[in-house]
Design a protein around this ligand. Structure first.
Ligand code: UT7
Length: 323
């Protein structure tokens, strides 16, 4: 580590939660006109978890946050900020973050949702770490949580096979240190909002709507945007690609992960992949992948990480973290 000491947001714990029902491609192919071979070849997805009626975005988020809190050694009383990224809130309002807050027993602290779809966790992380760096928060829970199964058109085989449900969470604390979040870069470009969107909303149709995507177009933009923002975030942190230990990407498609790694000359074994087990869980996918790699011992203290994501909007971003 060569960076100067400063007040930074450091990851103190990670957690995750998945619905109890895990559905294989073969099981899906009994209801949808698709095959295991097509899904694996085009996406790398083998399984996804699908929420039962009693499982919600807030219940998954609460379970993930509890796990992260346990690991951090902090208690609910220590938390002064909850930022929850989701495109599938329990209700249009109140913010799902306030439901999680109440379940955890940290009523009174700041709690709100962030909507940036698949990049939501990066946006939430950026808001929380900025508030910590500014001194307006000390201990934050940052969550990405989704029940995308509820906004899928199960008649549309081009989209319904791609997504799953789940939640991931981290605890961020302010410390005077060389570690923690070193840089974050975020972008949005509303020109492309018709390539990936939901065809309903509280302020338009009065319905929730279903997910619509022009997959091939999104794919093309994803590789370009992700590789450029990853380089931008590394430059901002003063770090080199060769020094990165792990890239923790949004898990949309194994082919996007491979193509981005190739474009950046990055060794594929440095890329954390959970897309085969979780499918695309939108805002939950980055923290789910992070927690998996922390738990299985790949990610260790002082490792240099890059988190990155791209999704509807378009929105995209990357964050460089000394773990
Ligand atoms: O999380 C936000 C970011 N999202 C993404 O990054 C998603 C990006 N896009 C993708 O991952 C890929 O574009 C997809 C996986 C969505 C699609 O892969 P593709 O190679 O672009 O396939 P395609 O959409 O061009 O479809 C190819 C063929 C079509 O048949 P024809 O027209 O060639 O006869 C589709 O009808 O595959 C057919 N097809 C399917 N076949 C079996 C589409 N979906 C399925 C399916 N099973 N589920």
């Amino acid at each position: 580590m060569s960076g100067a000491t400063a007040r930074r947001a450091v990851i103190k714990g990670t957690g995750s939660a998945l619905p109890r029902t895990k559905v294989s491609n073969a099981e899906l192919a009994e209801k949808v006109d698709t095959t295991d071979a097509w899904i694996v070849e085009r996406t790398g997805i083998k399984f996804r978890h699908i929420a039962e009626d009693d499982e919600t975005t807030s219940s998954l988020a609460t379970a993930a946050a509890r796990q992260a809190l346990d690991i951090s050694g902090l208690s609910a009383d220590d938390i002064d900020l909850i930022v929850l990224a989701t495109a599938t809130p329990d209700q249009t309002f109140p913010a799902t973050a306030t439901i999680v807050q109440h379940e955890l027993g940290c009523n009174g602290c700041v709690a709100f949702d962030v909507a940036a779809v698949c990049s939501g966790f990066l946006y939430a992380l950026s808001v929380a770490e900025s508030m910590i760096r500014a001194g307006s928060a000390q201990n934050a829970i940052v969550i990405g949580a989704e029940t995308f199964s509820r906004i899928l058109d199960w008649e549309d085989r081009a989209t319904c096979v791609l997504f799953g449900d789940g939640a991931g969470a981290i605890i961020l604390s302010g410390e005077e240190t060389e570690k923690g979040v070193l840089s974050t870069r975020l972008h949005a470009d509303g020109e492309h909002n018709q390539l990936l969107y939901v065809d309903g909303g509280a302020g338009t149709t009065g319905t929730v709507g279903k997910l619509r995507m022009k997959g091939r177009e999104v794919f093309r933009h994803a590789v370009v945007n992700l590789s450029s923002v990853l380089t931008e975030a590394l430059d901002a942190a003063g770090e080199q690609m060769d020094d990165v230990d792990w890239v923790v990407p949004h898990q949309a498609n194994a082919r996007i992960l491979d193509a981005t790694a190739k474009k950046l000359n990055l060794a594929p074994e440095k890329v954390i992949k959970t897309v085969d087990q979780h499918a695309n869980t939108s805002a939950a996918s980055v923290p789910l992948a992070l927690d998996a790699a922390v738990r299985d011992g790949r990610i260790k203290p002082d490792d240099l990480l890059v988190l990155e994501a791209m999704g509807g909007g378009f929105t995209w971003g990357a964050s460089v973290i000394r773990y």
